[in-house]
Design a protein around this ligand. Structure first.
Ligand code: ZN
Length: 350
């Protein structure tokens, strides 16, 4: 019994252990399955995340090449179209410049004479008057310390006086008169009427408002001896040198004997007016006073058929227009009103 029991017990014990072992194995199997499932699950989730990420990335970066291609296609179409109709999209409108009524009365070529007064209002903004004495870089006499000229003419005047003095071996070229206000011109006129009579004043002194001295572009030359004292410019060698050479500096001898019928001003060997090098060159070569030159340009120099001037290793095309919208010239150019009826465009050839 006891054995049986023992056996039983043994059997019992034996079968219990086997059951326990079986349970243990099953548990282990289940745990393994869980692990596999979990790994698989993680792998699936990870794969899903990667896929979503890739799709998203694809959405943000992919359109760029698309756009580029579209742009390229667009350009290609444009080019194709433009070869068919060249006037349409690729041709750039030429740049234009608007010219104002005020501009017609400003610039280096304005004609100021007994008929066409100086427009003080139009020039108030643009003219840059400076005191000759403080702006000049070389030593010469200026009759009055407060005398002024347009700033850009000063270095040109400096050079012209230097070259004249050097050529003649003298040091006596100076300036007796420059910019004049309307009031100052009135006082000069009155002085001449008083001392020389009205006829003389009319012949030599412009009516206030009608003087070229108002422009700041004209001055009267004088002779000032080093030891003191003044000479007559008209009778000097300096006058001859200036008459022959001033055009190289852009100045013209404004009032000459053979032009008095046009200028209505007597012969003045001392009065010089800045107009710019190409203009001064042509006027001097062709013996034209400013009135004649203005008329010549009006009748002969158009944009399509300009006056061509070669000087000092440069070429210029010069034309007259009454148009207030002009095509912007290429390269260096200058625009001046003529103070009468239009504009003079000077284009330096590149
Ligand atoms: Zn003068």
């Amino acid at each position: 019994m006891s054995t049986e029991r023992n056996e039983n017990t043994n059997r019992n014990t034996g079968s219990a252990a086997a059951r326990r072992k079986k349970r243990e194995l099953a548990r282990r199997r289940r745990r393994r399955q869980y692990i596999v499932m979990a790994v698989l699950g993680i792998a699936i989730v990870a794969l899903a995340v990667v896929l979503v990420f890739m799709i998203k990335k694809g959405q943000t970066t992919a359109p760029a090449p698309d756009t580029q291609t579209q742009a390229q296609e667009q350009t290609e179409t444009d080019t194709k179209e433009s070869t068919v109709t060249p006037a349409e999209p690729t041709k750039k409108e030429p740049e234009t410049i608007e010219l104002t009524e005020l501009q017609m009365h400003t610039g280096d070529l304005i004609l100021v004479n007994g008929t066409y007064p100086y427009d003080f209002a139009a020039n108030a903004e643009t003219v840059n008057l400076v005191t000759i004495d403080s702006a000049k870089s070389v030593d010469y006499t200026v009759a009055k310390a407060e005398m002024q000229l347009s700033a850009p003419t000063i270095p040109v005047l400096d050079q012209m006086i230097t070259d004249c003095n050097a050529a003649l071996g003298v040091n006596d070229t100076g300036v007796t008169s420059a910019y004049r206000t309307k009031e100052y011109q009135q006082s000069v006129y009155d002085e001449y009427v008083e001392s020389q009579g009205e006829d003389y004043a009319k012949a030599y002194v412009a009516t206030p408002g009608y003087s070229e001295h108002h422009t700041g572009l004209a001055m009267d030359m004088g002779i000032y001896y080093e030891g003191g004292g003044e000479g007559s410019f008209s009778e000097s060698e300096n006058a001859v040198w200036f008459s022959e050479n001033s055009y190289k500096y852009g100045f013209v001898r404004r009032y000459q004997e053979d032009k008095t019928a046009i200028t209505k001003i007597n012969n003045e060997a001392w009065h010089f007016r800045y107009v710019g090098i190409p203009h001064a060159t042509y006027m001097t070569q062709q013996n034209l006073c400013l009135e004649e030159y203005i008329d010549y340009l009006r009748s002969n120099a158009t944009k399509d058929n300009p006056l061509h001037v070669d000087c000092q290793d440069k070429s210029y095309d010069i034309y007259f227009t009454t148009e207030t919208t002009i095509e912007k010239p290429q390269g260096n150019y200058e625009i001046s009103g003529n103070n009468v009826d239009g504009y003079i465009i000077t284009v330096e050839a590149a």
